[in-house]
Design a protein around this ligand. Sequence first.
Ligand code: ADP
Ligand code: MG
Length: 527
Amino acid sequence: MSPKPERLHGPVSQPPAPPQLLGLPGSLLPTLVVFPRSPAGEQEDSMDRKETCLRVVVRVRPLTCQELRRGDQRVVHCLGDNTIYVNAAGQEAAFRASAAFDAGTSQEGLFEGSGMKRLIELAANGFSCTAFAFGQTGSGKTYSLMGPLAQSEGQPVTPYLGGLMQRAFVCLLEQTQCYRPGLVLSASYVEIHNEQVRDLLSPGPPRPLPVRWSKTRGFYIENLLTVEFGSLEAIMDLLQEGTRRRRSAAHVLNRHSSRSHALLTIRIHRKALSPDPSSCQQGVLCFVDLAGSERVKDTGSAGERLVEASNINRSLLALGHCISLLVDPRRRRNHIPYRDSKLTRLLAESLGGSGITLMVACISPSSRCLPETLRTLRFASRAKKVTTKPMAHRVSREKLLRSLEQEIQALREENLSLRQQLRLPRIRGESPATHTPPTQLPECQGESRAPGQRGAPRRAPGSARRSLSGLLQDFVLENEQLRRWLLSTPAAAPAAVLSGQPRPPPASAPRYGPPPARLAGDRTLSA
Ligand code: ADP
Ligand code: MG
């Protein structure tokens, strides 16, 4: 155990007073951060390419009513110097973290003390940043990230109880609205359920998405939706909608247990001011709400829940294995088995690449959870020795365009193949190679929106002045529609199109934001 917790994240400068921001709840405003700028206006960060340890903070949740009723002993205590002290019959252990938060810590206290603000700052400066919550089921992971969102049955979370995610959204939006109008924010949201990656923002029944690897992008999710947002209301709607679709279930330890790992990725896309105006910068801020490890005899899982539990435990085991190898300097040079699970593939960049990572280890203070608590603390101790080499992502315009064209070509080929299977005509006058984007289907002609998104749509899908990114979005949209037709009513779909019968647009059709996320070729978790 190190004598002093490492200080990875430097102080953040505070502005004199928060500006007036439309639509941002007052109770979240005092967290305002101003990011430092160089005289040239370009963001700089001393973090670039410097070996950096994972920052690990520990949060102890309060005893629940059930635990209090049962008379469980409180066996975990936070000492003043970021030490977590565990004392139960016959067992005594102390762990040192970068920060430790006891049961009385408010959500704001966690945000202020966890280093989250610094992570946001780095993401806005082009780094790939990840905050993930780890711990036993029912230990407070989802609560720390999102507040009591999962339990609120569609009701928005009181700002006071908002978790790291909501507070981070506020911070980022402040930046775009007040200080850096050039920033464009977009979000994607997926879950890994039973080793399948599913898009939580895409309409219709969830469909597994493939995780692929490329030399330039690392592991990425193919055909992932990215939705642009510009207000707290819009991103909160996306979060609420996606979380509603996420698999959760009740068991003995948690009435709202998440049965999947969820990854919400915010992309911060910014045109560089200098020195090269033809390049753009892309930062990533990814929140990972892991499903908790569980001992089946404690949770009483059976049937489908049992399958989920074993998949969750297996992927967490793979995560633990990768971390063990990463902290060993000799073995680190060899192969790290990221491919053992979807979770480790998508976290590869955050753990061993050029990302910057904050881990919030959540534990229960109850004597009944002691074995799992000790396991989480040991995992946290190992994780804080993991190092990455952060690197800000700059992508040249040419590279961006090339990557965009490649993606469009792949989607174009898929579109042709789907149309052939559905016996749909190719667009008139088009050769297979230059087949123009979809938008010919009745479903694509209406204006569509992402789930929960409000306000005027950004772009009419049929617009003549279609940019490459617009083209790509249209292909994604139509291919999604065609795939659904193929799966549901293979015979009826083409007939409807051929007869030219317009159909109403689907109620919750997504609106695809510009896809910087999928195009910049940056090595991010889910790029
Ligand atoms: P996990 O995601 O780790 O399975 P949850 O975040 O769902 O656990 O939390 C389990 C229960 O404990 C929920 O009812 C939640 O509201 C409550 N809880 C967790 N952490 C806290 C906290 N810091 N303060 C108050 N309640 C909490
Ligand atoms: Mg949870």
